[in-house]
Design a protein around this ligand. Sequence first.
Ligand code: F0G
Length: 435
Amino acid sequence: MRATVAHPRAATHALRCVHCGATQVNAGPVFRCGQCSELLEVIYPERTAPPREFALRLKEIWKERKTSTLAEDVSGVWRYRELLPQVESRHVVTMSEGNTPLLPLEKAGRTLRLSRLFAKHQGMNPTGSFKDTGISVAISIAKAEGFSSVCCASTGNTSASVAAYAARAGMKSIVLLPAGQVASGKLAQALEYGAHVLELRTDFDGCLKVLHEVVKKFPACLLNSVNPYRLEGQKTVAFEMMEQLGWRVPDHVIVPGGNLANSSALGKGFLELRELGLIASLPKVSIIQAQGANPLVRTMRENDGRELVQVNAQTRATAIRIGNPASWRKAVAVLKNTGGACEDVSEEEIAAAKAELGAEGAGCEPASAASLAGLKKLVRSGFVKPGETAVLVLTGHMLKDVDYMLQAQRRYSAGPVEPDVAEVIQRLEQIDAGN
Ligand code: F0G
């Protein structure tokens, strides 16, 4: 049945401080509150349509768009444009982001005694990570505002995404990376897409700090997740996930945490769906960090989320090697609003979970595997109970960090074999026997 009512207009929006609640219309170069300098979030004050009617209409509109060939309908982000800031079509920069698979994880689900376990594989985005959903929205707004250059600091994935979308938009991209701390796949992407890459002798937190000062004096739009439009794109993963689940809310959604924007966006997406009456309850959104880069875990443990505890971050899951996360206040609110847990996992637990996901055909990068490692811990602690349903958000593609995999997979180091049938068969028999 086609929707017979007029399409609701995309919402006009405002920016509200997550700390003092002051609202403002313009963001300024660093996207901070004019009163107290904290982060801003996008709100939609005019979105007051009667919830039930609005909800039913939206579900139908979104479904119909899946058969359209219009670029904005094909996008798994802009398809949900009624819940995004309004952007004119000519400014929308899209590469059909979103549209990622929800893979059942039957083996892991059985082992953990869950009734259903899925992986929402955000590594299947155009540049291989969830960043594309957020960058599509943030760069479209930058384009509408007349910027010709965009910039970011990154542990790698944001830089690949910013570089690709800037190339599509005909804009210049500038990326600051922590020297020697970025997986080679990600660095290669940024270079190939034509970014101006500067490697700084510091960590991610140091790069972001420098960039904050740079954009006050240099005309490039900051596309790090302090830019609240990033989260608007990233929240659509909640919408797409719910459509894929037939609007049945899972008990748990589990996501790795670094700078803490993705978990914040996911939570915002679910909260908006509930506010609009599209879902009746919320999943518990849990955030998993590496033990060596666990500022949110410590913040929750040591002061219940009141004051950020910064750490000197170390982990081989380089994507989440972050000690001073910008969006920590937003993430704390998500944990509190959804009743989620916050856990950290060891390097060994991440490696084991990554190998298990690979063995189930759902390979991902190390940071993403923290979600499965965390789920196991939450099952052990009883926070996730037998018979419940859960979705892991796999944030990045397995090919992003090939060195990590080759080091982890001992099978590879057995060395080459002579091109001789008998020798190949002998080696296969040894493998079969588990040697
Ligand atoms: N997983 C992957 C693969 C990531 O690249 C990141 C962040 C995260 C998880 C954590 O998400 O920061 O929103 O909590 N990568 C950023 C980057 C920091 O620069 O690519 P978060």
